[in-house]
Design a protein around this ligand. Structure first.
Ligand SMILES: Cc1cc2nc3c(=O)[nH]c(=O)nc-3n(C[C@H](O)[C@H](O)[C@H](O)COP(=O)(O)OP(=O)(O)OC[C@H]3O[C@@H](n4cnc5c(N)ncnc54)[C@H](O)[C@@H]3O)c2cc1C
Length: 454
């Protein structure tokens, strides 16, 4: 394919930046990734992505996009030890204190550790002949004027500065993005933002996997349900290891020791993770991270957007991580960018922000809606938020007894279908019919009521 454009620069070489670079490589002569970190060997953690030490679920929609952008992705990842999973049949889901009905959903994804995923994607993207990486360089400013960005200024670790000219700069520097400040120096007002102050704390550790763990399944998700802001997840990230991540919102954080994690797991709405942690052999020291708020930058509403620069991935919207949406939404943005670039967009930033807003809306409705069901979480609630929360509670009740509702719910949570799929007539009828009953969470077969109080 002939490339009609000159150089593009992508700042930030995490999942968002890598996927943007993959797409840009088809439309630009040269694509340069600029990354502040020195990049580690395959599968290792690095400073710029501290979240990589915690469970990273790749939603099914993200997995499908990765396969489309990097053909062979799934089979290659399986060769590297990732585990395939039907997100319903291979998982235990406890939502609002109810166990979701289990059935083969056909909605599939991969389980692995985040550094394994990122280093695979990095390898594939850097194998493209026109993509290169400038590692150990931080972007510090933009060049250009009010109407057009023409490049980005970078600084090496030794402090030397240089300017990279670019027809397009993609800011994929994550939730700490300085793009609003950089744009201000060109005369632009900062975009408005929306925050949901979840005040989340995570603690995670790896444990040795045994075949009987989680009743032989590979995933366990126990969601927070008001008034209990605690949740947890266990993912079999390869044949030998399970990653357990515990989360507490509203400053009710888990401690980062095995003992504290076990005590925290005991207070979750279902006993599965407490049971797992009571017998599992730890293979790593627990690690903690804090996440103050979900943050959505409303570039789509800005009065003007200069040509030649876009915000991407977490720089555009950083979701509450418990819903596992960030990587999938970045992947969907990459496909949007590909679609826009294959036409002749006259106003790329505006059209990208408008399309990205539609992608983000779906994911944000789900995660923000769930977070705002806690009265103490600060954020904007509308009448629609409240109606949707009540309807969602009813869907969950129906999904605990009706496998078809469970499948449709899981497709929406995995961002395969939009939230509006939950409002289709057939679904409304099933939810109305089944959603009235409240079914308690059954204990695991291996667990007696007394052992809870030990
Ligand atoms: C605790 C936690 C758990 C999460 N769990 C999940 C999950 O289960 N599933 C999921 O899909 N998502 C999850 N996420 C979100 C996911 O990690 C991100 O959505 C994903 O990495 C895409 O983000 P990004 O590439 O836009 O930004 P980031 O991953 O934040 O990467 C930003 C990159 O930019 C670099 N950088 C920053 N500033 C500069 C600069 N000035 N110059 C050059 N380089 C710079 C950084 O070093 C880094 O490499 C989680 C996030 C957190 C915090």
């Amino acid at each position: 394919m002939s490339k009609s454009r000159g150089c593009a620069v992508v700042v930030g070489a995490s999942m968002g930046g890598l996927l943007a670079a993959r797409v840009l490589s088809e439309h630009f002569e040269r694509v340069t990734l600029v990354e502040r970190d020195m990049l580690p060997a395959q599968g290792e953690h690095r400073r710029g992505v501290p979240q990589s030490k915690h469970a990273h679920g790749l939603l099914s929609s993200g997995c499908m996009v990765l396969e489309r952008l990097l053909p062979g992705f799934v089979s290659d990842m399986l060769m590297r030890g990732a585990r395939p999973a039907d997100v319903l049949a291979d998982a235990h889901w406890v939502v609002h204190g109810l166990r979701i009905a289990s059935t083969v959903s056909g909605v599939r994804s991969l389980l692995c550790q985040r550094p394994v995923l990122e280093s695979y994607v990095r390898e594939r993207v850097l194998a493209l002949p026109n993509v290169s990486m400038l590692e150990g360089f931080a972007a510090t400013a933009l060049s250009g004027n009010y109407d057009r960005v023409t490049g980005v200024q970078v600084e090496s670790r030794a402090g030397s500065e240089s300017m990279l000219a670019a027809e397009l700069v993609v800011d994929a520097t994550g939730r700490g993005s300085r793009l609003p400040r950089w744009l201000a120096t060109l005369g632009h007002e900062p975009p408005s933002d929306e925050r949901i102050e979840v005040e989340l704390g995570y603690a995670s550790a790896l444990y040795r996997r045994t075949p009987s763990m989680m009743g032989g399944r590979d995933v366990c998700v126990i969601a927070a349900a008001p008034p209990n802001p605690r949740s947890g997840v266990a993912l079999a990230v390869d044949a030998e290891h399970v990653m357990v991540t515990l989360c507490g919102a509203l400053r009710d954080h888990p401690g980062a020791t095995h003992e504290a994690m076990r005590a925290f797991a005991r207070s979750l709405p279902a006993p599965d993770l407490f049971e797992l942690l009571s017998s599992a052999e730890p293979v790593s020291t627990p690690t903690a991270i804090k996440f103050p708020c979900s943050k959505r930058m409303r570039y789509e509403n800005a009065r003007a957007a200069p040509a030649g620069v876009i915000a991407f991935g977490d720089a555009l919207c950083s979701f509450n991580p418990v819903y596992g949406q960030g990587m999938a939404v970045a992947a969907l943005q990459a496909e949007l960018l590909a679609k826009l670039l294959s036409g002749t967009p006259t106003d790329l930033p505006r059209r990208f922000y408008a399309g990205a807003a539609r992608i983000i809306d779906g994911a944000w409705t789900l995660s923000a809606g769930a977070d705002l069901s806690f009265a103490e979480v600060r954020g904007t609630r509308t009448a629609i938020t409240r109606v949707m929360q009540r309807y969602f509670a009813r869907i969950v009740r129906a999904a605990s007894t009706d496998p078809q509702v469970a499948c449709r719910l899981i497709r929406v949570l995995q961002l395969v279908d939009p939230p509006s799929a939950l409002l289709r007539p057939g679904m409304l009828l099933r939810v109305w019919w089944c959603g009235a009953a409240r079914v308690p969470v059954p204990l695991l077969a291996s667990r007696s009521a007394e052992s809870l109080h030990r």
